[in-house]
Design a protein around this ligand. Structure first.
Ligand code: XIL
Length: 354
């Protein structure tokens, strides 16, 4: 990336701001340093844990100095935002959105319709198909309308394809109650509530191989060809360092071939996919991870500019990751250490576009 004079001057200002006051660090909303993802030629961000944003200054400072986009890790999921049929709890999501808007950070909404994170009022809901349709529509439209003009884009439907790519996810309550049309109609409902919002289908496993990838691509191409208001495809890309580069490149280039915007929406690169309980992070692992993150960012940067919606990592520091809990193993899949110091992979991403 070309550096402008402004970029060379601003670090000096940032340094001055940081050194002025040790106790009360003045962080301008426009801080751009020469070690900032804000320099990247595409949006870059993180899934945010709102309680950490509220309480951890180092965490918040990474967002202020590095993020041009954020997603909510949990607080926009139905169980959190819509815990009872007539109850919406906006507090945490509003906190994140207000923080982002104030600091010129884009907000990507995650996620309106998912088979997980379902509150009891939904799983226990009794009604005919019209009542279920009304539930879906009201849920989507209340939330999208609430954030209209503040949330730029939404993962409308998340993970509707089976884990192995063999078809639509049969265990999804939405699929069971509403049939496969729930996907297209969810996009339509979201579009009606905010015609300016960019609407994404989000899923994982595009880099695993043809079966899952083709199932996802067929779904989004079908939606597109039917005139459903879909603007983008989210590649979650919860991956690991052993995933061959070619698979990741194919995942990204085939997503771009749909003509939709591409969001690498939940990136993390596991360094312990074999579940070694005694593995310790070291400089060799750090370098392998850096190489993989760099490769992902390079591949992403090679698709047409207008389709580069951005890269979002699923958490900021390694202490934030869901991977260690989900797989019950030590792991270090993110770009910052537990204490939010930059890892080698941070510089891998930064250098990917130079
Ligand atoms: C995960 C969060 O990271 C966890 O904190 C939460 O308990 C469960 O969900 N795919 C998705 C994300 O789309 O919403 C998931 O996030 C990770 C997998």
């Amino acid at each position: 990336m070309k550096r402008t004079t402004a970029l060379l001057i601003v670090p000096a200002i940032a340094v001055m701001l940081f050194s002025c006051s040790k106790k009360n660090i003045a962080v301008s909303t426009t801080v751009v340093t020469d070690t900032s993802f804000k320099q990247l030629p595409f949006p870059f961000g993180f899934a945010v844990n709102v309680s950490k944003l509220r309480t951890n200054i180092a965490y918040k400072n990474i967002l202020l100095t590095q993020a041009t986009s954020v997603s909510a890790e949990t607080v926009m999921k139905i169980a959190y935002l819509h815990p009872a049929q007539n109850t919406y709890v906006w507090t945490d999501a509003d906190y994140l959105v207000d923080f982002a808007v104030q600091n010129n950070i884009r907000v990507h909404g995650h996620t309106l319709v998912w088979h997980q994170s379902l509150p009891a009022w939904v799983t226990n809901f009794v009604g005919d198909s019209a009542a279920w349709e009304n539930l879906l529509k009201t849920h989507i439209q209340t939330i999208v309308a609430h954030f209209k003009g503040k949330v730029t884009s939404w993962d409308v439907v998340n993970e509707a394809i089976e884990n192995d790519g063999s078809g639509y996810r049969a265990s999804s309550l939405w699929y069971q109650k509403l049939g496969i049309g729930f996907i297209a109609r969810s996009f339509q409902y979201a579009h009606e509530a905010d015609p300016n919002a960019l609407l994404f289908y989000n899923d994982y496993g595009n880099e695993w191989g043809n079966t899952k990838r083709n199932a996802i691509l067929n779904l989004v191409n079908d939606l597109k060809s039917k005139g459903v208001p879909i603007n983008g495809i989210g590649l979650q890309m919860h991956t690991d360092y052993t995933q061959p580069d070619a698979n990741i490149q194919t995942a990204i280039s085939t997503a771009a071939a749909t003509g939709l915007k591409v969001h690498i929406s939940e990136l993390d690169i596991s360094m312990n996919p074999s579940n070694n309980q005694t593995l310790v992070f070291n400089s060799i692992i750090a370098q392998q991870q850096s190489d993989k993150f760099k490769m992902v960012a390079k591949a992403f940067n090679s698709i047409p500019k207008a389709q580069q919606y951005g890269i979002t990592t699923w958490g900021i520091g390694d202490a934030d990751t869901w991977i260690t809990g989900f797989y019950s193993r030590p792991d270090w899949p993110l770009l910052f250490e537990n204490n939010y110091q930059k890892k080698a992979a941070f510089f891998g991403v930064l250098n990917s576009v130079k």
